[in-house]
Design a protein around this ligand. Sequence first.
Ligand code: PLP
Length: 395
Amino acid sequence: MSKWQELDRKYMMHTIDRVPVTLVRGEGARVWDDEGRVYLDFVAGIAVNSLGHCHPVVVEALTEQARTLIQVSGWFHTIPQIRLAQLLVENSCLDRTFFCNSGAEATEGAVKLARRYGHLKLKGAYEVITARNSFHGRTLLMTAATGQDKLQKPYLPLPPGFKHADYNNVDAIRAATTDMTCAVMLEPVQGEGGVNVPDDDYLAGVRAWCDEKGILLILDEVQTGIGRIGSLFGYQEYGIEPDIMSLAKGLGSGIPIGAFLAKEEAAVFAPGEHGSTFGGNPVTCAAAAATVGFIIENDIPANVRKVGRHLLDGLNGLRRKYSFVTDVRGRGLLTAIEFETDIARTAATACLERGLLVNLLKPNALRLIPPLTIGMEEVDEALEILDRVLAGITT
Ligand code: PLP
């Protein structure tokens, strides 16, 4: 264990089993450790570094803004925040924006907004239906929203107000709806819950049901938003529009920022009903505006579709080659490879030794979520490493 890792063990809470590598530098799709070893990064800050590491456009926006104005609070107008809100609204189906600092905070804000809507327009309805195997964040309220027993159990009792229904099943949502339901909240593709891709008509079915009942559809696009699954926003892949959407991860290409957006009719907060000290901070908003602007101007979602298809084709090739690869799934550059047995950690360690970072999704599955700017050659390089790693695994 290196000096840094010993200090980490001494001073940090042990909330995660970190990979035994200390990263010190990044550029594009590569990172370097403190011993000078280089890795191809197919984790990307857990689907965060949209433009790769230290993209000049982001670095430039950050440094320029840091020299100019860093923090003033929400009491004052600031230009980067307004520019970013305009960019998000003009390129989405939504009308109004609220900025915060993380995915959990963004999604919790979206739920608060739906509850407020329920108070004002749905006779006090407050319940939100979410999906089994969903993931919405680590605050207590988002732990309650998350449809995974193992994440909820250590924290019981959880705040009330959520019902869980099977994912990719409109009937299950119909059955869970009551007079107390104010919204349904879903991920367009479930990320942390296993990279679960729903049928193409699922979200349209849920949208139609929400319209019939007069309740809101919230999409948690913290992982799928900002190009990750092949369109600027995940909902565009499914031909529907949400009433409220949360964003974070890829929005700042590594700079911590979250947001939720709403249609005009759903944007019911009055002054004083929600807030954040750091939300809309000029530096984070400048980085996010540079990220989103670059993604739109350079049609990065087109790269995601092209390279994502190539990655999935390659992974499917591995499935044909190795009988213990039982599933390959994904959309855009949110992809996973699943094994018959719990060999994912062994495979991830072997990838690391060969210079590839991959994410341990489940004991039997790896997630591949590279920067959105990744090229075909880098995907080929990752596939070659995976191939060699799987060839060395005896099950
Ligand atoms: N929602 C979704 C869909 C996520 O994937 C995540 C994180 O993985 C979150 C919310 C929570 O985001 P954060 O870790 O930034 O709080």
